[in-house]
Each structure stands twice: as structure tokens, then as C-alpha cells.
Design a protein around this ligand. Sequence first.
Ligand code: PHE
Length: 464
Amino acid sequence: MATSRAQWSGRVGFILAAAGSAIGLGNLWKFPYITLENHGGAFVLVYLVAIAVVGAPIMAAEIILGRKSRQSPVGAFRLLAIGRPGGRAWTGVGYLGVLAGFVILSYYSVVAGWTIRYIVIAVSGTLGELAHHPEALQSYFVSFLNDPAAQVFHHSLFMAATIGVVYFGVGKGIERAAKILMPLLFTILVILAIYSVSTPGFGQAIAFLFRPNFSELTAGGVLEALGHSFFTLSLGMGAMLTYGSYMRRQDSIPFASFTICFLDTLIAIMACIIMFSVIFSFDFEVSKSSTILFTTIPVIFFKLPAGALVSALFYLLVAFAALTSTISLLEVVSSYAIDELGWGRHRASLTMGAAIWVFGVLSALSFGGVDVLSRFNLIGRDSTAGVFGTFDYLASNWFLPVGGFFIALFTGWILTSKASRDELEEGHASLSWSFTMWRFLIRFAAPAAVGVIIVSVILGAEYQ
Ligand code: PHE
């Protein structure tokens, strides 16, 4: 077992790595399309409330558990539950997190791989040709999904990049990657945002996002906003807990939690502004909203000047954002093997990465590439068709909310008030009323809200 645990070099390193985990396909691929499906305004408002009331307190809770225990999820729960009600049973929450990391990374890497293909075709000029004929782009995308070799190839590339970073460890791998990729990502995003202001659809995009119309909000939309707040902030499976276990004592947890939530939300909103500005500029008919990132956005980019450059930059941004998320997923699984099984980091990252890669091949082939895999439907709904659909459903609707629920219960009710207060105050000046507020949210508001999601899923609400 490692004697001295690796640490981030400082406050900025931790925040960039954790924000890198949070900001990913959830912000750039999923949030814009679910916002579109849920008619904007009111949905966005509910999402913002969910981030503030449920997401931010659980973010702080995970970091507290990690930094206090200096362990990955399984060890953290084992250590902190000693002599407390529930005892060792709490390690189950840690195991669920490791399983969630394994499952999410396996299919996430497949979608992330698509961005590599799009960077290549944007640069080679193929995307430009296709973009002038929307149907041609649509069928290109469909045949890409149906091509087993191409799917496995891009998934493999992305897994290799992920393993490559985690292999080098916390400081030389993850932190260094985040410090290079995150500023690049912000820069590209700002360039695209400035560009979107000049498009005719900008005003309409802002109105769509920020003018709430509550008659358009459904119960399913509220649940989806809540559920998504977990996924987008990387909560409920111990990713933030694991990153928190490398955090220095002199850095402030409240400040870090706030900043990570703020950056994640900012990027999600900016992604919507960019995409909706271009969509509204051309009054474009969006057929299947879950594929707008790959079938609609390019068409629109190429109607504007410098389409090739803009789209290449754009897919590069999505790939970077996805990579800083996939490394956090692999880190959870690898640090489990390092801390609990006593493996070395190289062995852990390579072996676990390879196992996840194999598992991910099932998802990669489930878009039409292999019939049994695309027809596989454990849950039996349209939205859960295929291995990919099943895993995504299980992870976002079950693993993360259930994990988050128990993390909130544990931190709010099992850990003593003094223990959590001491940890929150380390590296932070006096907390006074904000501790009381955080403790109220983590004990009551967060478990209640997440409990509602879980019960609705049990009752069969269709919301993803
Ligand atoms: N937060 C990431 C995103 O929005 C996904 C993720 C979920 C990463 C859970 C780590 C853990 O894309």
C-alpha cells in the first residue's frame, strides 16, 4: 500500500482537474439536446436550482469524504464508517461507484471516439462537402455508426489516450493534462461564443434559454434536470471523492466546490448559446435532437464563413472536454485497484483500462454494427435499446442518483457535524451561517430531491 499519497500541486491544479472531470459530453452533447427537447427557459431554471440545491452540496460532501479519508471510494467509506451506524455496509456505496465508473467509461469512450473522426473529416474537407447536403451527412453518420471496424477503432483510440494519461499518475498525468487542455478548451469556447454573438439567431437563443415559460415544463423535465445535474457534475460515484483524496489540506473545499459548479454550468450554458444561435439563425429543422452534435451542427457551421476551421476547432474542444472526463472515470477504477488490491499504478491503469475497453466494444457495436447487441434491451423501453442505451440508462438513472443519495445520507447523518465542519473549515476562513446552510441541504434537501428521482424511476417515469 502506498505510504504517501500523491497530491495536486495546488489549488489551481485541483480545480482544473475536477472541473475537467465535470465538463464533458454531459455539457456539450447532452445538455443542449435535453434543453431543446424540454423547451428551454423553465427547464434551464430548474437545472440551475438543482445544481445549487443538490449538486453543489453533494460536490462538497464528496470532496470532504475524499480529503478526510485520503482513500478512494471503497476505502473512504470503510474508514469513515468505523464505529458508526451501518459500519462496513457503507463500503457498498464505494463498490457501486467503482462499478459505475467502469460502466460509464465503457460507453462514454465510444461517443468520445466519434469526435476524433469528426476532427479528421473537418480537417480533410470531407465534412465540408457533406455539410452542404444535410441528408448526405445524416447517412454518413448512420453508416459510420453501422461500421463495426470504425466504431471499435475510434473507441480504442480514445481509451488508449485515457489510459495514457492515468498511467502517468495524478501530478504528471491528470493534472498536467488538465492544465494544458482546460485553458485550450476555454479559449476555443470563448472564440466560438464571440462568433455566435454575430449570428442572427443569437437573440433568439438567449430568449429561449432565459425566458421561462412554466406551462412548457413537464414533471419528466424536472426529473431529467435533477438527474442530469449528477451526471454533469460527475457526482454519485466517487469521482470527486477520489480527486478530493489528492487535495491539499490548506486549500478550501467550499471555494473549490463553488468554482467547479460555476465553471461546469457556465460551459453548459455557453454550449447552448453557441449551438442554438446557429440553429436559430437558419431556422433549421432539427430531426433527432440527440444527434445534433454530429448531424446538425456541422451543416450550420458550414453555412457561416470559415466553417472548416470553426468545425475543426469545435470537435477538438469536444474531444478535450471528453478526455478530461474519461481520465477521472478511469482514475476511480484504477485507484480502487491501487488502494484496495495493492496494485501498482501502471498495472492498475493498463489492466483496468483494457477490461473497460473490452466491455466498451459491446457498446461500440450496438449501433447497428452487430445485430444482437443493437437489439439487446434489458429494460425494454425504446430509449434503452441496445447495449449502449442500457448502460447509459442504468448509470444515469440508477447508479449515480442512488450513489448520490447514500453519499448525502452518509455525510449528513453518519459523519458527525464536527467532523464535516472541521474538514470544510480546513483551508477556509470561518464558515458560520454557510455551514448551517450546507448541512441543511445535505441532510434534508439533497436526499429528498434525489429520493424523488429514485422513486419516480421505480414507478417507471420515462425521463431520459
Ligand atoms: N461529468 C461528465 C460529463 O458531463 C461525465 C462524468 C460522469 C464523468 C461521472 C465522471 C463521472 O460529461
